[in-house]
Design a protein around this ligand. Structure first.
Ligand SMILES: Nc1ncnc2c1ncn2[C@@H]1O[C@H](COP(=O)(O)OP(=O)(O)OP(=O)(O)O)[C@@H](O)[C@H]1O
Ligand SMILES: [Zn+2]
Ligand SMILES: [Zn+2]
Length: 803
């Protein structure tokens, strides 16, 4: 029997980024398996931490006395063989700690929370006892700062001891249930001995005799609903030995309301869809880990292709994973998938409560759901026998995680596809340049859908030059053409979608007398105005303060709002078109849980004429009555110091244009811009993705940007600016000798927003094609520098943003 376990402990530092050996207590030697969570002592003192067993063996690699495992948290592994291997790969690939990778894969409730407790030592003086108010121990989190100070003083005098306790927050939801204990005949006999006026007891015995043969406990809520008998009556029955009250495990179902989603049947495919489905299904059947890139114009019916290929995978006894960007995970998309596969679908996204997420995860893990739809982290769903992985809107930046582990869901999907020998389908109307280029080289197989499923042409796009417009009219967000088109829709009772592009600028407060701008005290950026909460907020660190009435700098009262927010546009719209019913959708109106879905539902029910929103309305929506799409400001993102600015603008305009004319009625798009000649806007106007791809690739080639080069972003941060700067130069000198002359180093420079959360950031970028020594020198840098002397190092492979 295995006596030793190798454990990755929940101490995210580079020094602890390796397995530690522990003894397995005899009691657990038969049960403990790799992938289970345990609690182990770690380091000096009584510190206890959570950990993951990654291997068990008869012999320990460590010489000397090993500490035993304190507690085993799981009865079965929570990470299977595949996911353990994936965690290891992910850690190397993204320069992350193994523990961070493992925790990322699991619902957050399975991450330990630690409680720090203090206990009095025997013989402590009365003064110390007073602090404990008669309790034997105190939870450090409950202490006020004065009490904490006293406790720390006692600790220095060795009068208290401190211990850490690990809490497993993963709680299973249960309902009370009733298990009959006697035979039907026995219940009937008992009823005869009970006084006739004990009505409830008769009723209970009656019920029990009817259900005496029940094999499973009967849920109490159902009994109460049917008979009116409550838990009190059951307790009486329990005392008399008639029955037993037990806890029955249930799931929290976040989509209970959707349970009655009407079932849909597969549509008859268009010729283009049919070819796509045939190729993908064949690869799935032949167990080929092939990657398909579907480049399909908006409304070409990509979703139907996903649904039908998923269908054939599950018909073959396999499972399927469908990834969608968080923002596109609308009830609309969930309804479409649930409508086809019903209860076999599990949904994972950040809108669920932690408990709901945990329950959906367990349904997948137990094999009760065969289709998983979810955002980025759903790529780690514990599905076995995967037959197909779909990634919709593959160009979306939300597939890349900003914090450690800095992974891209596409890379993880491809890894899992190789493991399961199954195809991956990447779909988009505007694929990322990286993926499109890979298809060009034949690494991915390109499938193009050039026509809309409704056989209608793509909507006509008109570009309005706002420079001319400004000369004609007074300052307004609406050109005369846009207003006229909106009025026309109102007359014809058709719907419009209006997008305000908020990327690249924000609403801030500035003093008109001295030019003072209110900035975050922790970060290097201006605070954003939030009218609904009447506060100024920092979008980086969350700092919040009241809106100033008087300039803090010159005491002038002329401190005003700047920038165009959706609220401002909304009020202008109400003045210009008082009869229009407007729904606003932005970060403020969608913050509450379920608000996003509610707004879309109202719009779908035609309770509004105009849906006004930020870029969150650009993706995935399918409303048949929308015949006009208006973009109020196409170019705010073009000015950003980012080589992907054009790509982002082209994608956004194409996606939002695609919301018009998706059913029987013809659609129209109006784009307002100050840069009508810019190629991203010109080509978006003609829905010309291929033209854009060629043009942009030429520019990337000239500039030496991805996808012609791989990139790595290295960041060093410290509360002191010169420490951060010193470190980044030191790292550069360490890396340089390992690189060939073909590699290009950019920087070091201070980051565009140099100070965030009281830390200064310095960065450098490595651009390269083939550098065999680079990986190992970066791994070494992580090893040596992590969290030493307050320095933090981050290594980001293929960053999607350099600012
Ligand atoms: N074969 C078909 N026959 C009839 N209607 C179809 C067919 N395929 C798809 N549709 C319909 O066409 C519309 C557009 O399809 P879908 O939303 O799948 O497009 P998409 O390619 O995902 O578009 P986008 O990239 O804009 O999200 C939907 O209303 C869908 O029901
Ligand atoms: Zn801040
Ligand atoms: Zn001022």
């Amino acid at each position: 029997m295995a006596k030793f376990a190798q454990v990755i402990v929940d101490v995210p530092t580079m020094q602890t980024n390796r397995p530690f050996d522990y003894q397995i207590p005899t009691l657990w030697q038969a049960q403990l398996k790799p992938g289970m969570r345990v609690v182990v002592p770690f380091g000096k003192g009584k510190r206890r931490v959570q950990g993951f067993v990654i291997a068990i063996s008869d012999e320990a690699s460590f010489q000397g006395q090993l500490k035993p495992i304190i507690q085993v948290l799981d009865l079965q592994p929570v990470l299977n063989t595949e996911l353990l291997a994936l965690a290891k790969w992910l850690a190397t690939r993204t320069f992350a700690f193994q523990i961070s990778c493992m925790q990322t894969m699991l619902p957050s409730v399975m991450k330990a929370s630690y409680v720090k407790k203090v206990q009095l030592v025997a013989g402590a003086p009365a003064a110390a006892k007073a602090l404990f108010h008669g309790h034997s121990q105190l939870d450090v989190a409950d202490l006020g700062s004065a009490e904490l100070k006293q406790v720390l003083a006692l600790q220095r005098q060795h009068l208290v001891t401190v211990s850490y306790q690990v809490h497993d927050r993963a709680k299973v939801k249960t309902v009370k249930a009733v298990q009959p204990l006697c035979s039907q005949a026995a219940y009937v006999a008992m009823a005869k001995k009970i006084p006739a006026n004990a009505k409830r007891q008769h009723q209970l015995l009656d019920f029990l005799s009817q259900h005496a043969t029940a094999k499973k406990p009967l849920p109490l809520p159902q009994i109460t609903a049917a008979t009116g008998l409550t838990l009190t009556h059951m307790h009486t029955g329990e005392q008399k030995g008639w029955l037993k009250v037990v806890a029955l495990e249930t799931y929290r179902d976040p989509y209970a309301k959707l349970a009655q989603v009407p079932r849909t049947q597969p549509l008859t495919l268009t010729a283009e869809q049919r070819t796509a489905v045939a190729q993908i299904t064949a690869a799935s059947e032949q167990q080929q880990a092939k990657t398909f890139l579907i480049e399909g114009v908006t409304g070409s019916g990509k979703t139907e292709i996903y649904l039908q290929t998923i269908q054939s995978a599950i018909a073959a006894g396999k499972t399927a994973l469908m990834l969608v960007p968080e923002i596109a995970l609308t009830p609309q998309m969930v309804t479409r998938v649930k409508g086809r596969f019903g209860q076999r679908v599990a949904v994972l996204h950040s809108g669920l409560s932690q408990g709901e997420r945990y329950d959906e995860w367990r349904r997948i893990e137990r094999g009760e759901a065969q289709v998983v739809v979810g955002a980025r982290s759903a790529v780690f769903a514990p599905l076995t026998k995967i037959g197909l992985i779909v990634m919709d809107e593959e160009h979306e930046t939300s597939y890349k995680q900003d914090d450690m582990p800095r992974y891209h869901a596409r890379d993880v999907a491809l890894w899992r596809a190789r493991y399961h020998h199954c195809p991956v389908v990447l779909g988009s109307a505007t694929p990322s340049l990286e993926s499109r280029a890979r298809a060009q080289k034949g690494v991915y197989q390109l499938i193009r859908l050039k026509k809309r499923a409704n056989q209608q042409p793509l909507p006509e796009v008109t570009v309005v030059d706002m420079k001319n417009e400004l000369k004609k009219t007074k300052e307004s967000n609406f050109s005369s053409l846009m207003l006229q088109a909106l009025r026309q829709r109102l007359v014809h009772k058709e719907q419009s979608v209006l997008m305000l592009n908020r990327r690249g600028f924000s609403s801030f407060v500035m003093c008109r007398d001295c030019g003072f701008v209110l900035k975050c005290p922790n970060c290097d950026i201006s605070l954003t105005l939030h009218m609904d909460t009447h506060t100024m907020k920092c979008h980086y660190c969350g700092h919040e303060e009241p809106i100033p009435q008087i300039c803090p700098n010159c005491h002038s009262r002329k401190i005003r709002y700047y920038g165009t927010g959706t609220q401002k546009v909304e009020s202008e719209l109400k003045q210009l078109l008082p009869q229009a019913r407007v729904l606003r959708m932005d970060v403020d109106t969608t913050r509450r849980k379920g608000a996003y879905g509610k707004i879309l539902h109202q719009f779908g029910q035609r309770q509004a004429d105009i849906l006004l929103g930020t870029q969150m309305i650009a993706k995935g929506l399918d409303f048949p009555e929308v015949t006009l799409v208006g973009v109020l400001n196409a170019d705010t993102a073009l000015g950003l110091p980012d080589f992907r600015a054009s790509e982002r603008t082209f994608q956004l305009l194409t996606q939002v244009s695609g919301r018009a004319g998706r059913a029987a009625k013809k659609g129209e798009v109006i784009i307002q811009t100050y840069n009508p000649e810019h190629y991203a806007i010109r080509l978006a106007r003609h829905h010309d993705y291929e033209g854009f791809y060629k043009r942009e690739m030429t520019l990337r080639h000239q500039g030496g940007y991805p996808p012609y080069y791989f990139t790595i972003l290295l960041t060093a941060s410290h509360p002191e600016e010169n420490e951060a700067a010193k470190k980044i130069f030191q790292l550069m000198n360490q890396i340089k000798p390992a690189l060939s002359p073909q590699a290009i180093l950019l920087g070091p420079t201070p980051r565009a927003i140099a100070r965030v959360n009281r830390r200064y950031y310095y960065q450098m970028v490595i651009k390269y094609k083939r550098e065999p020594k680079l990986e190992s020198v970066l791994a070494q840098i992580m090893q040596e520098n992590q969290a030493r002397n307050g320095i933090q190092i981050a290594i980001d492979r293929e960053p999607l943003s350099f600012i």
